[in-house]
Design a binder for this molecule. Structure first.
Ligand code: ADP
Ligand code: MG
Length: 680
């Protein structure tokens, strides 16, 4: 394209402004805004060649556009107004992985997930000098030294007369860097590492952390110029290695519908037809992870997890989650990892991490030092980046308690709050979690109590709606079947080809997910009856302590599951039958883990607080004994405790254990052997 001189360009842009943007410019100037939003489509509609010229020589053309704008300003108030493009043609769209040096200086348009956002910092744009020689022209008119690189460029002498110069102005602009990461759906395979790019935002484009629009985890569209920045060397010498950076021209939230699954009319009809079929759930289950033998209830659960509960905002503005979190705990080799991989395949949006390499910070969010700006930055972890989708976390038992506890808020409130250094932010984290872990000693002890072999803090456990136990017990018949199944699928790959394609299953899920089924009165009654009966079923002991089998969290889990069951059938209502199915699935899980060996009753408390109601009772009884004895004398002898305990039929060994625990917890101390005192 031939070069146009600046006079011509100014004339043509002026005409464009007159024709298309007069009102807009007036409004912008009136409101004192520092930028003007221009639609590329308008520009190229008005003057096709001008649009093309802009794409060919973006940097110079944009500064001419900005210069031309000055002609619309009053003589005495000519502030610099930036041009921000609202849109660009699809031809300028690039994938983050495809940005190369050939795009240097080009205007591009890309989409990504914000992984990191730095603090807003002033950045030097240019230094302004005056010459000290009064007869030099630069004594009147200043010399501007633009700053692009990491190290400031200064001026020692006047470029014209070589006299000394005086710094009169430092022009600073607010700036911020975002690191954008490729969106999972844009990757060829889930094994690919997503690529990243730095985006520099300046002036009106920067936003503090309280403005959540560009916070980590958001999906954005960025238009900008591709530039190079030298990678600083350790010695400070000029570097030969450069990094590419996108200097943002505009940034917008990208609507997630962008890559939403498209379902054709015919497919919709097919989905509706299938949903009415008897046994549709079974059919969907048989199409889930066909290469894994058995585990139908787990497959059912991970399928329901994809359909989700309705969730929503309650009357008082409290948001309840619709996500169904599931945890698989089992022996090694029980196909846990396989199940997780299978789930990520059916989920429309998903990612996979291993607890072995994940830290709490890497999972939710962290505040780190940013190398480019040398300031603090907020970086999203895998859970935040997976917002709106499924995150499979394998080997959760390898994570420390500290790391898992950072997930609590994300699992229940679906947000991540962080306050560190000078950064305070709340990030959205609507992620469904499917976790897998080995039991305490790596493998279940078949004679031991399962509940005690689950090595997770109660606060974490209680956030999972369903917990499945996978046992790898030798069982001749089952082993035969699994062996056949595995060997057959190895021999004949077509054996695992399902009737329903993966794409169709995803479409089914996406279509059904949009349903918002509501609980019918019958369903409410069913769930309530179940809840009340099971909470009362647990017998009271002589001290009036009940083993509470189920808590309000499980109640919500039932509702979510009921909603998911309704969605499978595209039903607008959660019926009594759906409620029964949900209760049945929950009971299935609870029974595998929660039977109190002493009472034979279900006791979710043992799981979620780490003590069974019978040991909790012993605990209470010993405390009561100590309290009573203390009234007689502040020093309590061991023998007196044992004597009192015997009367209540509490075994000596249990008392010993309890005393040890009370000492550990600092309730009592032992100033002399076999002599206790309460700490007050
Ligand atoms: P885990 O993560 O529980 O330790 P994996 O998911 O790595 O176990 O599974 C180990 C291997 O055993 C896999 O190759 C898996 O295919 C096979 N396997 C175990 N149980 C089954 C099953 N029920 N059906 C099919 N394959 C199974
Ligand atoms: Mg595994």
């Amino acid at each position: 394209m031939e070069l146009l001189d600046s006079k011509t360009l100014i004339r043509r842009f002026h005409a464009f402004y007159e024709e298309y943007m007069k009102d807009e410019i007036k409004k912008t100037l009136h409101a004192g805004k520092t930028y003007l939003e221009v639609s590329f489509y308008d520009l190229s509609e008005y003057d096709f060649e001008l649009g093309d010229y802009l794409l060919a020589h973006p940097e110079d053309t944009i500064s001419i556009m900005e210069e031309t704008l000055k002609q619309f300003q009053d003589e005495d108030s000519k502030s610099h107004i930036k041009i921000r493009f609202l849109n660009l043609p699809e031809t300028e769209r690039v994938l983050i992985r495809d940005i190369r040096s050939e795009q240097l200086g080009k205007l591009v348009f890309l989409e990504g997930l914000v992984r990191r956002k730095t603090d807003v910092r002033p950045r030097l744009t240019h230094l302004e000098y005056l010459c000290t020689n009064p007869s030099c022209t630069y004594a009147e008119e200043s010399i501007k030294v633009p700053q692009i690189e990491d190290k400031a460029k200064t001026l020692k002498v006047c470029p014209k007369c070589k006299s000394g110069v005086e710094l009169i102005n430092k022009n600073l602009v607010d700036s911020q860097i975002l690191i954008l990461e490729e969106i999972a759906e844009q990757l060829d395979s889930s094994a690919d590492q997503p690529k990243r790019i730095n985006v520099l935002l300046q002036g009106d484009l920067v936003s503090p952390f309280k403005d959540s629009k560009t916070n980590p985890g958001s999906r954005v569209l960025v238009m900008g110029l591709v530039k190079e920045v030298p990678i600083p060397t350790r010695t400070g010498a000029e570097s030969i290695n450069y990094d590419l950076i996108v200097e943002g021209n505009s940034i917008q939230l990208s609507s997630e519908e962008f890559s939403e699954i498209i379902i054709s009319k015919e497919e919709q009809a097919e989905i509706k037809r299938l949903a009415k079929e008897e046994g549709i759930l079974k059919k969907l289950v048989s199409n889930t992870a066909p290469s894994i033998y058995g585990y139908d209830r787990i497959k059912e659960a991970i399928l329901l997890q994809q359909f989700k509960g309705s969730g929503g905002v309650k009357g008082d503005g409290v948001k309840t989650r619709g996500d169904i979190h599931i945890l698989l705990i089992g022996d090694p080799g029980a196909a846990k990892s396989q199940m997780l991989k299978a789930a990520t395949r059916i989920a429309p949006k998903s990612s996979f991490v291993s607890g072995k390499s994940a830290t709490g910070a890497g999972l939710v969010a962290s505040v780190i030092k940013d190398e480019l700006t040398k300031g603090w930055a907020l970086e999203a972890g895998a859970m935040v980046l997976a917002s709106g989708g499924l995150l499979a976390i394998d080997e959760m038992d390898k994570m420390s308690d500290e790391d898992t506890s950072s997930m609590h808020e994300a699992l229940e409130q679906q947000t991540v709050s962080i306050a560190k250094a000078n950064i305070r932010a709340t990030l959205r984290c609507e992620t469904t979690v499917l976790g897998a872990a080995n039991p305490k000693l790596g493998r279940f002890d078949p004679f031991g109590d399962i509940g005690k072999q689950i090595n997770f803090p109660p606060a974490l456990i209680s956030r999972f709606d369903l917990i499945f136990i996978l046992r790898d017990e030798p069982d001749k018949k089952k082993d035969d079947m699994i062996a056949d199944h595995i060997l057959q699928t190895h021999r004949d790959k077509s054996k695992t080809v399902t009737e329903m394609s993966k794409e169709f299953l995803q479409k089914y899920i996406a279509y059904a997910r949009a349903m918002q089924p509501v609980l019918t009165q019958d369903a409410i009654k069913k769930i309530k009856d179940f809840y009340v009966s099971i909470r009362n079923a647990a017998g009271e002991d002589e001290n009036g302590i009940k083993s509470v089998p189920i808590t309000a969290r499980q109640l919500e889990a039932i509702v979510r599951l009921g909603e998911a069951y309704a969605k499978v059938e595209l039903s607008k209502k959660v019926t009594q039958r759906h409620a029964e199915l949900a209760i049945d699935l929950l009971l299935y899980c609870l029974q595998k883990i929660g039977i109190d060996p002493k009472t034979g009753e279900m006791d979710i408390d043992r799981l979620t607080t780490g003590v069974t109601s019978s040991t909790r009772n012993v605990f209470r009884q010993v405390q009561i004994i100590i309290d009573n004895l203390e009234r007689e004398s502040p020093e309590i002898t061991y023998d007196a405790i044992i004597e009192a305990a015997e009367k209540l039929n509490v075994k000596k060994s249990e008392v010993d254990k309890t005393l040890e625990k009370l000492k550990q917890e600092g309730v009592i101390f032992e100033p002399r052997k076999n002599m206790y005192k309460k700490l007050n």
